[in-house]
Design a protein around this ligand. Structure first.
Ligand SMILES: [Zn+2]
Length: 443
């Protein structure tokens, strides 16, 4: 930064410098008649300290220490496998379009404004992360601990790791989910690998009888998509129950709570986000605003509850369509203010469905904890906050003509949006137990 500033300033004051040099030459008073050297012939020092960071299958970041120069370094040339690749005005270069499982060599050379070039730096070898194997993985133990470990690795706000899927990628994602729902596991495995996603057949040996789950997740240590974590029961006990948590980092403990409720009930499917809702700086085109990421503004593309161009949405669509009796229970959390209830529930609309799961879940929760207070959108119609009407999964499940921008006007009753205050339900396992048991008695 400092070097660049100096170069810019140098350009502006070059004339003045030349005059000063001339004065210096005259005032030396030695009668020296040698011609004035007005050209910079001194090359910058060779760049050192070349390192690589954040290596993935296809990207990596090169960094090095600034070279020094009598006038100033103008830029650096990056050489890949001995050939010129690109130049950078900073001591940093982001590599992309690399091949997974490949080894590359890099060198950096500095140049000043006069075109004097340093020698090439020492060679740095960079090995990209290998492509994951298109093979079903196996693991066993407690699915809850296994998932909690994945949840703990989820990146936070502003880290910009989330990559939006393209439309063709979403079509392929849809076929991965269809294959999983159809128990065509090997087909799902071979299609998921293109997204850096692997499927693990997980046997939960702590459940009686033991249960087999298929976990669809990005396993690479250097993840590149963050499209969510998806789990399907091979032989669900509650085959209509789908548990979802799209804000596992922002809505404290909702990821753990969702996994806990899913396992205890052996539900059909569990859908979790795998990046903070504010992970990306890019905004979703879908309607609604939030102050979750700072000042009030559009939802981010990493906010999976408010973006139709996502694997989370696609998974919801696939399940909604293939399994018409499923009900999606989406767990959220909110900061309880004065006058707020403990639970705000909604089916995504203010309409009353034929089977009122929100009311059933309320009654079941009250049996576990009679002190809980509630607001339900279609019952307490004067209540207007946190009703989840902009939730794009809810809009789809309730047949909105455009889930990204139009709230649903009728309800299928298959989407239940649950906002929970922290103390009684989200704080610890005793709270998660209430929700888990309530879902168990309703479904
Ligand atoms: Zn939320």
């Amino acid at each position: 930064m400092r070097t660049m500033e100096f170069i810019r300033k140098f350009d502006q004051v070059k004339g003045i410098v030349m005059v000063l040099l001339l004065l210096a030459s005259c005032s030396s008073g030695g009668g020296n008649d040698a011609p004035l050297i007005d050209e910079d012939t001194q090359a910058p020092t060779k760049p050192s300290g070349l390192i690589v960071e954040n290596v993935t299958q296809t990207t990596a970041e090169l960094r090095w220490d600034a070279s020094t120069d009598n006038i100033g370094v103008k830029n650096y040339s990056i050489y890949q496998n001995g050939s010129y690749l690109a130049s950078s005005g900073q001591t940093f270069y982001a590599l992309d379009n690399l091949e997974p499982g490949n080894v590359y060599t890099y060198q950096v050379m500095a140049a000043d404004a006069a075109g004097n070039e340093s020698g090439l730096s020492q060679i740095l070898e960079v090995a990209t992360v290998g492509a994951i194997a298109a093979e079903l993985q196996f693991a066993s133990g407690n699915i809850d601990s296994y998932l909690n470990n994945l949840i703990d690795m989820v990146p936070g706000s502003g880290e910009n790791g989330y990559r939006p899927p393209s439309v063709p990628e979403l079509e392929q994602w849809n076929s991965v989910i269809d294959a999983l729902l159809g128990q065509n596991i090997s087909e799902a495995v071979s299609k998921a690998v293109d997204f850096n996603y692997q499927i693990t057949e997980f046997t939960d040996t702590g459940l009686s009888p033991n249960q087999v789950f298929y976990v669809l997740a990005e396993y690479d240590a250097n993840k590149s998509n963050y499209w969510g974590i998806y789990v399907f029961s091979k032989t669900p006990e509650k085959e209509n129950l789908v548990v979802m948590a799209p804000h596992i980092k922002y809505d404290t403990n909702t990821g753990y709570q969702a996994a806990y409720s899913f396992r205890n009930n052996v539900g059909k499917a569990l859908l979790l986000s795998s990046a903070h809702r504010c992970n990306s700086g890019d905004t979703s085109e879908c309607s609604g605003t939030t102050s979750a990421c700072g000042s009030s503004g559009a939802y981010r593309i990493s906010d999976l509850a408010h973006n139709t161009i996502s694997a989370f949405q696609k998974t919801t669509e696939a399940i909604t369509t293939s399994l018409p009796n499923t009900v999606f229970v989406q767990l959220h959390g909110f900061g309880k203010g004065e006058g707020d209830p403990d639970v705000i529930m909604s089916n995504g609309t203010d309409q009353t469905p034929e089977t009122d799961y929100a009311a059933l879940i309320r009654d079941a929760l009250l049996e576990k904890d009679a002190s809980l207070t509630f607001k339900i959108a279609h019952i307490d119609t004067d209540w207007t906050r946190l009703r989840g009407f902009t939730n794009t999964q809810g809009r789809f499940i309730n047949s909105s003509p455009n889930p990204c921008s139009v709230s649903a006007t009728e309800t299928s009753g298959r989407f239940i949006h649950i906002e929970q205050a922290k103390p009684k339900l989200r704080e610890d396992t005793s709270g998660w137990d209430k929700m888990s048991n309530a879902l168990g008695s309703v479904f």
